[in-house]
Write a protein that binds this ligand. Sequence first.
Ligand code: ASP
Ligand code: MG
Length: 473
Amino acid sequence: MPKQTLVMKFGGTSVGSVDALVSVTRIIRDARKEWSRVVVVTSAMSGVTNLLLDSAILAAQGRVDALSNVESTLKEKHFSVAEALITDQDLRETTKQEISDLVLSLVDLCKAMAVLGEASPRAMDTVASLGERMSVRLLAAVVNDAGIKARAVPSTQFVVTNAHYQNAHPDFKATTEKTRALLNPLMDAGIVPITTGFIGATPEGAITTLGRGGSDYSAAIIGAVLPADDVWIWTDVDGVMTTDPRIEPKAQTLPEINYSEIAELAYYGAKVLHPKTIRPVLDAGIGLRICNTFNPSHPGTRLIASVKSNGKVDGKVIKAVTAIRRQRLVTIEGRGMLGVPGVAARAFGAVASTGTSVPLITQASSEQSICFAVPSELADSVVATLEKAFASEIADDDIDRVWATDDISIITVVGAGMRHTPGVSGRVFSQLGNNGVNVLAIAQGSSEVSISLVVAAVDTESAVKALHELIVN
Ligand code: ASP
Ligand code: MG
């Protein structure tokens, strides 16, 4: 059967300006020529979600003085697009009115928060939802005005979630039923449903969000439950790159990447795709593509289910190199730790109590030290918490000290083919050695899809450039 159903998600910058929306409209028009059924998922206009959440946080502290500025910023942002791109006067005025009403509800919510002196997670989600609820109306009006039959359908009407506000989990069964019942008749009638990313609702109808950056995940959920044949994530870069082009101008777009590789990359700070996006499309066997709204003829990056023969694409084992900056390594060391069960559990329990998430851990079998990375700004409080937690071991000299390094970066080399290719880590280390980069710590997961190395912050650029040579050559 030919491919029929396409879900396209547009990110914040893709709907963030007049020019971007002109491009989006053209992309939707072109997609309609190839696909009989198209669903569009939109983010809030770029910057809007941050603005909304900042306003709510200030309001909860009783500060509403900036609110009228926010009000005019939001109106100006959306209205300028409406005025440039909606030629039909009635449509333009109703759209502006709908957006004004949503802005007004932000003002009401913030004032209520100021009175209460608190912002509950549930209230925060209602505030955060306003960005997508505004952009969906704007985009649907622009697209209709361009002569494409489209309808704004807020995802609160069919993405059913639990009540875990700010990080809600979809109920796939209920979502499947509602999505099909609502979207299929529209598509049967040749209409493009345009819906909100990021948000859903509990069975009782309370608005929830799927977590920051969650619009990608929305597209995956909708794609999986319809089901669609393909999900395309439209963003502002040409797909997933071999590394950050700001560090290495020789960075290139990867034509293909497999699911386990992108999972490592998403985790290690390549912000192209929300990590939760992968699971639903993978389970449903749906194609996923990342492409550039500002360069639509570029093929972008395709996600593939498995790597080709022996894991190499284009004969390359290492596919990408990323860096997470502004971390510090915390070390707990002491001979008395050897063979004592529970030290790691207590250490990470103490770290967790500070609300810190740990991106990298290493411990050698001598058990004389445990070492892990934390974001720089949290390192001092993590050390203080650990000193408290291990006060009696420190007093007894079982633990010599707990300390943190200066700023470091975590460099990660990704490639599913490493699993089948001996000698990759050897090449990685010689390459760094030859370029004068000292490695402070190493971690490799048993999946062997990535190797992470810790280097001093000053060595970040040279490490990334040196390792990138292994991809290019
Ligand atoms: N607008 C939401 C955010 O900024 C969701 C998204 O854009 O993916 O987090
Ligand atoms: Mg995003």
